[in-house]
Design a protein around this ligand. Structure first.
Ligand code: UDP
Length: 146
């Protein structure tokens, strides 16, 4: 099993798409190990996207990500990183394939509905950015059945 961090970004939460995106996550066979609604501070958004600090879109991106609530989720599945990136589609919705979440819900390159980690190592690291390991449940299915 592999972990990835998904974020339902502020544009998708504000537009009321969170339920449909969560449904898709479950349909695609991911187990949700942690989830919350949170509004990031600008500093938290800058910390999360620190790897992009020198990029021209950094200010716009971190301002957008801290502008309204978002929903980070720790997801687990076989091949979770690659599978989630396949389901979300290309960064630019103009390039995203039919049937992907970004094709369906993204409105621009910046406001593109969802985030997905780009490696298994970052999946674990990014999950811990939002959730202490103690609140990432070992088996989501058990929680639903309880
Ligand atoms: N982004 C942007 N302009 C760009 C490239 C990226 O606004 O030219 C934003 C976009 O929201 C993207 C995020 O920065 O999702 C992170 O960029 P990355 O290249 O890591 O894309 P992702 O992995 O999210 O597809």
């Amino acid at each position: 099993m592999e972990r990835t961090l998904a974020i339902i970004k502020p544009d998708a939460v504000a537009a009321g798409h969170a339920g449909k995106i969560l449904d898709r996550i479950l349909q695609e066979g991911f187990a949700v190990r942690a989830m919350k609604l949170v509004q990031l501070t600008p500093a938290q958004a800058e910390g999360f996207y620190a790897v992009h600090a020198e990029r021209p879109f950094f200010g716009e991106l971190t301002e957008f990500m801290s502008s309204a609530p978002c929903i980070p989720l720790v997801l687990e599945r076989d091949d979770a990183v690659a599978k989630w990136r396949e389901v979300i589609g290309a960064t630019n919705p103009a390039d995203a394939e039919e049937g992907t979440i970004r094709k369906q819900f993204a409105t621009s390159m910046g406001e593109n509905a969802v985030h997905g980690s780009d490696s298994a190592e970052n999946g674990v690291k990014e999950g811990r950015y939002f959730f202490p390991e103690s609140v990432i449940v070992a088996n989501g299915a058990d929680v639903i059945d309880a």
